[in-house]
Structure formats: structure tokens, C-alpha cells
Design a protein around this ligand. Structure first.
Ligand code: ADP
Ligand code: ADP
Length: 225
């Protein structure tokens, strides 16, 4: 059948130089794909187009056969909330909430009752080996712990696709690999696809497949070699 998520001939400019200039990519259910390439090559823009956050100037994004451009803004937001999870480099946790409340938040937004949401959040914190920080605020935990909390929050709703933009970029290599091992492992268990932007080969090693972006175009590693 059709891959889960398909970006076809994506173009996007923010100024005179295009960020994307005909990038195509497809992601199958359950696969972990590393998106690599030099700084400024268009990796984040590609991720944002695929996630329905940035509108491509040209080209299409289809998720489970539905063209994102045919959805309303509310439709795209609902899709992101229900089917996608996001992990960024840093700064994504709400500082006023405890780590447990942060992980429970996406469920609360879907109107899951508090007790149930916090029970499931607690399970995810345990799976990411950070059960001990449940009652702490993000400012009171280490960078590696915070990223594991962020991964738990991205996975708690059972997304089909996790978008991870340099999720280990602010961590030392030991903590970075731990986050990746847990993210890739949890994704494999739940069947979520992961689209992982990274420039670190040691992080990309956790993927099934690598795609290289250069000058706004994406190609699989075999084609580059
Ligand atoms: P990468 O993730 O590979 O570093 P990006 O997709 O972030 O690359 O950026 C590609 C190009 O598009 C860069 O030249 C960047 O400065 C530009 N760009 C990306 N997003 C924006 C934006 N919101 N406004 C202006 N320029 C942007
Ligand atoms: P701008 O071009 O105004 O800087 P964006 O390119 O980020 O802004 O697009 C913002 C608007 O485009 C939002 O309303 C967003 O929901 C919508 N949008 C995002 N992705 C897509 C898509 N794939 N197809 C159509 N519209 C989209």
C-alpha cells in the first residue's frame, strides 16, 4: 500500500534562496528514518512541511492518503495532536508544570480525565527511565532527563509518526545515545514511525534508513554513494 507519509517535490522559500527545492521523501509505518545533511540544507523545513506546520510553496504532502493542503487549519491541528508526536532540541516542556503534568498534558488536551492521564503519563516516564522526576519541574532536572520526559510526552498519545528535530543536539554523547536508544525502542514497540533530524552519525545509527538533504533536495543514502 501507500507509505504512511509522503512528501513529493516540495519547494519552499523564505527569501531569495530556496530552503526546499524539490525534496521528496516517503516514510513507511514503523520505520525510523534519519534525515541528515549540512546546516541550512533544509532539514527542519522538510520536517515542518511533512508535519503540516509550514506550507510548501509547491509540491504535496500526503498522510495516509490525505493531502494536507485539503485540510482546514483546525483539521491539520487535530491531525498533529492525534497522530503526530514532536520532540525538539530543547525548551519544549512547560516550566510551570511538573514533569508528570507535562507528559499528561497532550492527553488532557484530548479530554482524558486527570487520573487516567496521569496514570498513563507515569507509565511513560517509567519506560523512559525517568519515573523519579515525576514531581519535579523541568528546571530541576538534567538535560538528559528533560529530553526523556519530552520523548515520553511525544509518545503518550500513541502517535503514528514522531517528528524529532535534533532531539539529542543539546546533550553529551552518552545522554544523547540513551535518549535515542529509548526513543527508537519505544517507537519499535508501539509501531510509530520516527523522522529524526540529526547531524550526528552516532544518533543516525539508531535509524533503519538515512536520507540526506543537500541544497533543499532529499535523497536516500544509497543514491548519494
Ligand atoms: P537545516 O534544518 O538543514 O539547518 P533549515 O530548514 O532550518 O535547515 O533552513 C534552510 C534555509 O531556510 C536556511 O537558509 C534558513 O535560514 C532558512 N529558513 C528556515 N526557516 C526559516 C524561516 N522561518 N524564516 C526565514 N528563513 C528560514
Ligand atoms: P507563512 O507562509 O505565512 O509564513 P506558513 O508557511 O508557516 O506561513 O504557513 C502557515 C499556514 O499554512 C498555517 O495556516 C498552516 O496551518 C498552513 N499550512 C501548513 N502546512 C500546510 C500544508 N501542508 N498545506 C497547506 N497549508 C498548510
Amino acid at each position: 500500500g501507500e507509505p504512511l507519509l509522503v512528501g513529493d517535490d516540495l519547494h519552499r522559500s523564505f527569501g531569495p534562496t530556496p530552503a526546499l527545492a524539490g525534496a521528496s521523501i516517503s516514510v513507511r509505518a514503523g520505520e525510523v528514518v534519519a534525515v541528515m545533511g549540512p546546516s541550512g540544507s533544509g532539514k527542519s523545513t522538510l520536517l515542518h512541511c511533512l508535519a503540516g506546520i509550514v506550507r510548501p510553496d509547491r509540491g504535496s504532502v500526503r498522510y495516509r492518503g490525505t493531502e494536507l493542503a485539503t485540510l482546514s487549519d483546525a483539521g491539520r491541528s487535530a491531525l498533529r495532536r492525534r497522530e503526530f508526536g514532536f520532540v525538539f532540541q530543547f525548551g519544549q516542556l512547560v516550566p510551570e508544570l511538573t514533569c508528570l503534568e507535562n507528559v499528561a498534558l497532550p492527553l488532557r488536551l484530548e479530554r482524558v480525565p486527570r487520573r487516567e492521564a496521569e496514570r498513563r503519563a507515569g507509565e511513560w516516564l517509567a519506560r523512559l527511565e525517568v519515573a523519579d522526576v515525576a514531581g519535579k519541574r523541568p528546571g530541576e532536572v538534567s538535560g538528559g532527563q528533560g529530553q526523556r520526559v519530552a520523548v515520553a510526552r511525544a509518545l503518550v498519545t500513541g502517535p503514528r509518526v514522531v517528528f524529532a528535530d535534533e532531539p539529542t543536539g543539546a546533550l553529551d554523547s552518552l545522554n544523547g545515545e540513551r535518549v535515542m536508544r529509548l526513543l527508537a525502542g519505544a517507537a519499535r514497540e508501539t509501531g510509530a514511525a520516527v523522522l529524526l533530524v540529526t547531524h550526528e552519525p552516532r544518533v543516525a545509527a539508531y535509524s533503519d534508513r538515512e536520507v540526506v538533504v543537500r541544497d533543499g533536495r532529499a535523497r536516500s543514502l544509497e543514491q548519494v554513494a
